[in-house]
Design a protein around this ligand. Structure first.
Ligand code: NAP
Length: 443
């Protein structure tokens, strides 16, 4: 591994194809024999620092259409929280089901699961049939793993019946020194960014792009008012930028003054601090409180000069969904990709049908959407929102930060990168965008 790292850091990347691939590498895992370790505990008490391990993993064979990547950096996504707390179910069920589909997929069905769905790094090997990429290429990887053997996914690969999220529903993910991906997950790394910055937007930026911009999502247009829950979080920090860049009007919801400030610094003007204003959308475990939906809607109108949101960017789920349906404008869209606070949603359907609103489900992004989202990063139009970077050994703590909502923007992880700040190939462009790139840094 040392030789590989040296070749990357000294710029001798073209030699990588000739260097031997290590038999083992270090990767962050959950273990199949520990899936009951948090049984009976409330979700909040489940601690990813206990369930995530740093193991030596045998390097998998590189199959047709695949690539083996030397991972310089990765980032934490909420799916690693779900893997680490074994909710809503252990991810080993995904690996088992995938493993049964073919002999080659059987490599993924292991008693360990190397997690992580983002990376920046360098191609080490490509499998048979891969022509678009070669050893030495500097890349990021999006997390759509897809077979496309059936017709269903050929308009939109997210509709393929064999669609999976790499590093969550497949093994050999990005929180590791090496990672196995399909070659059609690869995209060019932005050359004005460091490894850890480049690794951080992938999953959330692509998801927010499809959710808001794509015709598969809410198809946002100029002037749209967009209510963004968690506007300084992983998804939200990209949603806010996409709305501002696309000529929309974000209404950012956050839970602290510091988070409000970072939204303001991104250019948002309309901000609601849900903690300070103390919205309680539920009277108790089973009963919603429509008066609070109304108070929230009134606050949005105060900020917008009387307008309701054309689009509600939803992901908190159960806790906020009733309010989201209520506040969307007549004919508006509630676009949802998640249910962080619970997936059994309740809302008053009268506000949906009588006001001709739509609820649209969305999930990650197809290759084209991920490519477009990455293109915006490469052109310096959308920026990483990295707040802090941990070494690979501290991935448990990094995941804990997300689980406890202690973070802002994205939490990065150094994998092979020996220090922060490496990997920049275009310092002039970086200098032009430095304030934007560093906006979320907590240093
Ligand atoms: P994140 O970085 O933790 O950000 C989420 C933000 O939501 C938090 O910063 C928090 O902001 C806000 N929030 C959390 N709980 C809330 C609640 N009960 N009520 C209101 N706001 C709440 O996570 P993320 O990366 O943005 O991901 C968010 C969710 O989307 C996760 O469940 C994740 O699994 C899912 N996701 C799905 C996809 C997909 O493809 N389907 C892709 C990415 C993420 P404040 O405290 O400041 O309000």
């Amino acid at each position: 591994m040392a030789e590989i790292l040296e070749a990357i850091v000294t710029g001798e990347r073209k030699a990588l194809g000739a260097l031997p691939v290590p038999e083992f590498y270090r990767g962050v895992t959950v273990h199949a024999d520990e899936v009951e370790m948090f049984a009976g505990m409330p979700t909040r008490q489940k601690d990813p620092r206990r369930s995530l391990h740093l193991d030596h993993i045998r390097t998998p064979e590189v199959g047709p259409g695949e690539a083996l990547i030397a991972v310089m950096a990765s980032s934490i996504n909420f799916n690693t929280v779900w893997s680490a707390i074994f909710e809503p179910r252990p991810t080993f069920a995904f690996l088992k089901r995938y493993g049964q589909t073919s002999a080659s997929a059987g490599r993924h069905d292991q008693p360990f699961h190397v997690v992580g769905s983002d990376l920046s790094g360098v191609v080490l090997r490509v499998g048979p049939g891969v022509n678009a990429w070669r050893p030495g290429d500097e890349v990021v990887a999006h997390c759509l793993d897809v077979e496309l053997e059936r017709p269903d996914g050929h308009d939109d690969s997210m509709l393929d019946p064999q669609q999976r999220i790499w590093g969550f529903e497949t093994n050999y993910g990005g929180l590791a020194e090496l990672a196995l991906v399909k070659a059609n997950q690869l995209m060019h790394k932005a050359d004005h960014l460091t490894w850890e910055e480049a690794a951080s937007p992938g999953l959330v930026n692509s998801t927010a792009y499809r959710q808001l911009v794509s015709r598969n999502g809410a198809c946002m247009k100029q002037g749209d008012v967009v209510l963004i829950w968690g506007a300084s979080g992983g998804l939200g920090s990209f949603a806010t930028q996409l709305v501002l860049r696309g000529g929309g009007i974000p209404v950012c919801v956050v839970s602290s003054a510091a988070k409000a400030n970072v939204c303001r610094a991104m250019g948002a003007e309309l901000i609601i601090d849900r903690a300070a204003e103390d919205y309680r959308f539920w009277a108790d475990e089973d009963t919603q409180n429509p008066k609070e939906w109304k108070r929230f809607g009134t606050r949005i109108r105060e900020l917008t000069g009387g307008e309701d949101p054309d689009i509600v960017f939803e992901h908190p789920g159960r806790e906020t969904f009733g309010a989201s349906v209520y506040v969307a404008r007549r004919g508006g869209t509630i676009i949802t990709c998640a249910s962080t606070s619970g997936y059994n949603h309740q809302y008053d359907n009268r506000y949906l049908w009588m006001s001709l609103k739509r609820i649209v489900g969305t999930h990650f992004a197809n290759y084209r959407e991920a490519w477009e989202a990455n293109r915006l990063i490469m052109k310096g139009r959308i920026h990483p929102t990295l707040s802090v970077v941990y070494p690979l050994e501290r991935s448990g703590q990094a995941t804990y930060d997300l689980h406890r909502n202690l973070h802002q923007g994205k939490v990065g992880v150094r994998c092979l990168a020996p220090q922060e700040g490496l990997g920049v190939r275009n310092p002039e462009m970086r200098a032009r965008h430095l304030d934007d790139i560093n906006r979320f840094r907590l240093d």
